[in-house]
Design a protein around this ligand. Structure first.
Ligand code: NDP
Length: 493
């Protein structure tokens, strides 16, 4: 058993092994800027070992196991995960800086994802296709093979559940490469896999650097599919390096989601949603409602409401139960957020609240920043067009429904969108006109295991969650059986 805060072995083929060509590195607690865990990073040789183990497990027990048996193992895993969720939440707070108020309910729900995907493991039905009595044609859904899962640092275990759950239910095996800044909970996940008795090699955990370890996984000819969450530019690199092997890809990329507040909205409910969804995860969420589109008649009231609520946000240490908002997850993200705050001011937006790094007293050394509000934002400004990934809300005025839709869709992204109105007709009309994979009406960030999630345009390919998630990990095989056994001799005459 490994000691707490020391994760110096990779999990490959069901064994804890020292890195072959990687290293032991320190990871940083973003609340203090100090090292807090030592972890094993794998190199290309470790990826080779992990892919071989995943292949063996795929060809051996896992794909051949009846779906209901895979479901039994996944349910055992989900139950253990639920029991560990409290401890895992503390580790995820240390690793990412997210407050325990967020990580506890977040990790406390992940077992539901695993249970739900377990329940699909024996329901991978095919179809029979009627043609004529001379043939019996049917399809089967077969696992694509070995999956490389590459996950980000903002919500490491949630994004992992969205990949590992459906992949294992489908009968695939997985090599997981978590983000270099937040690998710790992935080791804990491996412990649960081990304890649940999943066959060796079904899930392998090899943290490491994206440009070497991650890139080797992507290019590996033994990997059939890459499931990725992260930045669009990285997705482009992944497409290039994976092209030679023509593997499959699914991408969950960024967003610049519009959150539209019409004048007839329930004001207080809309403000609850608009403020929290602009600052949650310290702004580091792909579904962030970062562009708040406000009807002109209520614009000043909304700016005031954002200012008042920004003043109520308690920024502090992640493990303090009172803390609403922790630090940014790493130093580069802090720099990025602060640079966009400067860009917004230079572009002429009005800094209505926040905007500063917080580094006094207990927060010294950590990557804390104030919840920030820009008013008077024009959708052409960079703060309205580019993903900041910090707690920065841009309030953009609009006149009417048409202008709201036009601003909402004037973005390269299309992940999520929200709108608030009491007019049912308008709710459906506007929802139908927005280019996004997920639209919320009179709510926001409502995400569940059973509802498909993913983007259009530059926000990604494919859907995670829902039964649609299985499509990422299954191929359709068609079999046609002649009922007569007769085949004409075309050379007879
Ligand atoms: P990345 O896209 O670089 O990182 C995501 C994952 O990809 C990490 O595991 C990373 O490893 C890995 N990776 C990086 N390069 C490669 C590669 N060439 N081949 C294979 N894997 C690779 O995101 P960043 O961490 O750099 O974040 C930058 C920005 O991306 C954020 O500011 C935000 O705008 C956006 N982002 C969006 C997320 C979302 O949920 N949609 C999540 C995270 C970021 P490593 O950590 O070692 O680099």
């Amino acid at each position: 058993m490994l000691e707490r805060n020391r994760y110096e072995r990779l999990f490959i083929g069901g064994e804890w092994v020292a890195p072959l060509d990687g290293a032991i590195v320190e990871t940083t607690d973003p609340a203090t800027g100090q090292p807090w865990a030592t972890v094993a990073f794998g190199g290309p040789g470790d990826i080779d070992r992990a892919v071989a183990a995943a292949r063996e497990a795929f060809e051996g027990p896992w794909r051949r196991m009846p779906g209901w048996e895979r479901a039994v193992l996944l349910r055992r895993f989900a139950d253990l995960y639920e029991r560990r969720a409290g401890d895992m939440a503390v580790l995820e707070s240390r690793d990412t800086g997210r407050p325990i108020r967020e990580t506890r309910p977040d990790l406390g729900a992940h077992h539901r994802w695993y249970h739900w995907f377990a329940s699909l493991a024996d329901k991978l039905d095919g179809r029979t296709i009627p043609i004529d009595p001379s043939v019996h044609a049917y399809t089967e859904r077969r696992p694509v093979g070995v999956v490389g899962a590459i996950t980000p640092w903002n919500a490491p275990m949630l994004t992992t559940a969205w990949k590992v759950g459906p992949a294992l239910a489908a009968g695939c095996t997985v090599v997981l490469k978590p983000a270099e800044q937040t690998p710790v909970t992935a080791f804990e996940l491996a412990r649960i896999v081990e304890e649940a008795g999943l066959p060796p090699g079904v899930l392998n955990v090899v943290p490491g650097l994206g440009h070497s370890t991650g890139a080797h996984l992507v290019a590996h000819p033994g990997v059939d599919k890459i499931a990725f969450t992260g930045e669009g530019r990285t997705a482009q690199e992944i497409l290039r390096s994976g092209a030679a092997t023509l593997k499959r890809f699914s991408f969950e990329l960024g967003g610049k989601s519009p959150h539209i507040i019409f004048e007839d909205a329930d004001f207080d409910q809309a403000m609850n949603a608009a403020t929290s969804s602009a600052w949650v995860v310290c702004g580091q969420s792909c579904a962030l409602g970062s562009r708040v589109l406000v009807q002109r008649s209520i614009y000043d009231r909304v700016v005031e409401a954002f200012q008042r609520r920004a003043a109520r946000v308690r920024v502090g240490m992640p493990l303090d139960e009172a803390t609403h908002m922790g630090p940014q997850a790493h130093a580069e993200q802090l720099d990025k957020t602060l640079s966009y705050i400067a860009i917004g001011q230079a572009e002429g937006a009005t800094l209505a609240a926040g905007g500063r790094r917080l580094d006094q007293g207990q927060l010294a050394g950590g990557y804390f920043v104030e919840p920030t509000v820009f008013a008077g934002v024009d959708n052409r400004m960079r703060i309205a067009r580019e993903e900041i990934f910090g707690p920065v809300a841009s309030l953009i005025p609009f006149a009417d429904e048409d202008e709201a839709v036009s601003i909402a869709n004037d973005t390269r992204y299309g992940l999520t969108a929200g709108l608030w109105t009491r007019d049912t007709g308008r709710a459906h009309r506007v929802a139908g006109r927005i280019d996004a994979g997920m639209v919320w009406v009179n709510t926001y960030r409502y995400i569940r295991w059973s509802t498909p999630y993913g983007g259009v345009k530059a926000s990604g390919w494919g859907r995670e969650n829902g039964v649609e998630a299985l499509d990422n990990y299954l191929d359709t095989r068609t079999t046609i059986v002649s009922t007569s056994g007769q085949f004409p001799d075309i050379y007879a005459q």
